[in-house]
Design a protein around this ligand. Structure first.
Ligand code: RB5
Length: 143
């Protein structure tokens, strides 16, 4: 799968770890920055990653900031994006099954890196259930 990934400085270290994991799985990655722990503004990176997914350049997106909150807010402002901020494997499973999330947000300062990788694995490997959930995701996409 082709994955767009981006972070601010607070999520940079986690982004690098996730890239390593995705490469091991054989996924292709488009890294939209940032490139170091120098302070930057998370809305720029959340928007860039979301636009890559919304335009179809990438199949899914993963974004990281300190908490995952700011960058998920930025991503969800782009039409067609359903970005789930996840702090557990169960949330990752449900945001795929119920929300058909096309982006995942993680907190580099708030989520243990090994847990974050388990969350990424679940996000990548879980299918959307459709059915009644499709009606609701269609409503989201029309907003
Ligand atoms: C940056 O210091 C921090 O505010 C950012 O990474 C993120 O946590 C915002 O939601």
């Amino acid at each position: 799968m082709l994955i767009a990934i981006a972070s601010d400085h607070g999520g940079f270290a986690l982004k690098e770890k996730i890239k390593e994991y995705l490469r091991q799985r054989g996924d292709k990655i488009v890294d939209l920055g940032t490139t170091s722990e120098e302070s930057v503004d998370y809305p720029i990176y959340g928007k860039a990653c979301a636009e890559a997914v919304a335009s179809g350049k990438a199949e899914r997106g993963i974004v990281c900031c300190g908490t995952g909150i700011g960058i998920s807010i930025a991503a969800n402002k782009v039409k067609g994006i359903r970005c789930g901020l996840c702090t557990s494997v169960e949330m990752a499973e449900l945001t795929r099954k119920h929300n058909n999330a096309n982006m995942l947000a993680l907190g580099g300062r708030t989520t243990d890196p090994d847990l974050a990788i388990e969350i990424v694995k679940t996000f990548m490997d879980t299918e959307f259930e459709g059915g009644r959930h499709k009606r609701r995701t269609d409503m989201l996409d029309e907003m």
